[in-house]
Ligand binder design. Structure first.
Ligand code: OGA
Ligand code: NI
Length: 341
């Protein structure tokens, strides 16, 4: 049974040594809540102000690699229900959760869920552990994956089925705006892209200065859409950590490393991390949109005066294994895929 932190944290009054992260990584300095991470009103993208929205979103991806969206079209009730479903899931008895734990999940069926407690960096080192549990599964568009999703809480498949469909639509709207802002050919992202639910649960922690919910990293996928209620997410901007304010019923969106490549370096992918707190468990519902298999700078973004900065590579066969194995810091995961100037 994976050693889930959600199954033991309420019995702990000190952080076990295996969860104490190295000194240089500890979140000891105060971090301000950022007031200037752009908040994009997607409702306006339907009207005369569309070009303003496109420019705002693009600037956010250039300067921060992060923005929040409001008026995004996903019903607030559905967002609330999803939170309840995941809170119920993480409160299930240990024996019930064991069913989904990684060791038990030799289940390679499409959509099969895995539940794991994360350890250092990209999950598979035992050096030290982060203060989070993760439930992860795919959710592809034909609905077949759903047959292998958790069925406890009993409304899981119904609620998360609707949620993932709505989030797919939202991701298409966002990627359409990104594509327009970059000037890519029409329909650049209009493909069936991979979609995964990756839900993080960070229990309250007796000493947040010794731990991290998740260490600093850039995302391996194309874009990530996060629903958060409780503070904890911080991003690295101009070499300083800044906090992302939870706004009720907004989504936080960030660009992953493949979007840096596709945009030929125009857009950034910001490192981010999650801190814990002593009083409230934090559950963040992540929708991870994955790129097509081949990732390369978009052809319309380079030319004789503006050479491509990255080689073309296969995302699942080349990039993901490299990202996972090398434990590269932030943008360094892209090093082997750069074209030397
Ligand atoms: C992630 C991540 C942020 C959060 O899962 O990659 O960065 O707010 N999550 O939990
Ligand atoms: Ni992330």
């Amino acid at each position: 049974m994976a050693d889930l932190i959600s199954s033991r944290s309420n019995k702990l009054d000190a952080v076990p040594p295996s969860y104490c992260i190295p000194l240089h990584e500890r979140p000891v300095d105060p971090v301000p809540i950022a007031k200037d991470i752009p908040i994009v009103d997607l409702g306006k993208a339907k009207g005369e102000e569309r070009s303003v929205v496109v420019q705002q979103l693009l600037k956010a991806c250039e300067e921060y690699g992060f923005f929040q969206v409001i008026n995004h079209g996903v019903a607030e009730d559905l967002m609330d229900e999803a939170v309840e479903v995941y809170k119920d899931f993480f409160s299930l008895p240990v024996e019930e959760k064991a069913h989904y734990a990684k060791e038990a999940a030799n289940n390679t069926a499409r959509g099969a869920a895995t539940l794991y407690s994360s350890s250092a960096k990209h999950y598979d080192s035992e050096d030290h552990r982060y203060w989070r549990d993760v439930l992860e599964h795919s959710c592809n568009h034909d609905g077949e994956d759903k047959l292998n999703w958790p069925d406890n809480p009993p409304r899981y498949r119904e609620v998360i089925g609707t949620y993932s469909d709505e989030l797919r639509k939202l991701s298409k709207i966002i990627l359409g705006l990104v594509s327009e802002g970059l000037g890519l050919e029409t329909g650049y992202f209009d493909k069936e892209l991979g979609q995964r639910m990756l839900v993080n649960h960070y229990p309250a922690c007796p000493n947040p200065t010794l731990t991290l919910g998740i260490g600093g990293h850039c995302d391996v996928n194309l874009i990530t859409i996060i629903q958060q209620e409780v503070y904890g997410l911080q991003i690295l901007n101009d070499e300083k950590w800044i906090g992302v304010e939870p706004l009720p019923h907004a989504f936080v969106v960030n660009s992953g490393l493949p979007l840096m490549v596709i945009s030929n370096g125009k857009l950034t992918s910001a490192a981010h991390r999650v801190v814990t707190n002593t009083t409230r468990a934090r559950t963040s519902i992540g929708t991870f949109i994955c790129p097509e298999d081949v990732v390369e700078p978009a052809k319309s973004l380079f030319g004789p005066d503006n050479p491509p900065l990255f080689k073309s590579f296969k995302w699942s066969a080349e990039f993901v294994p490299h990202y996972l194995s090398k434990k590269s810091v932030y943008h360094a995961a892209l090093e082997p895929f750069k074209i030397d100037a």
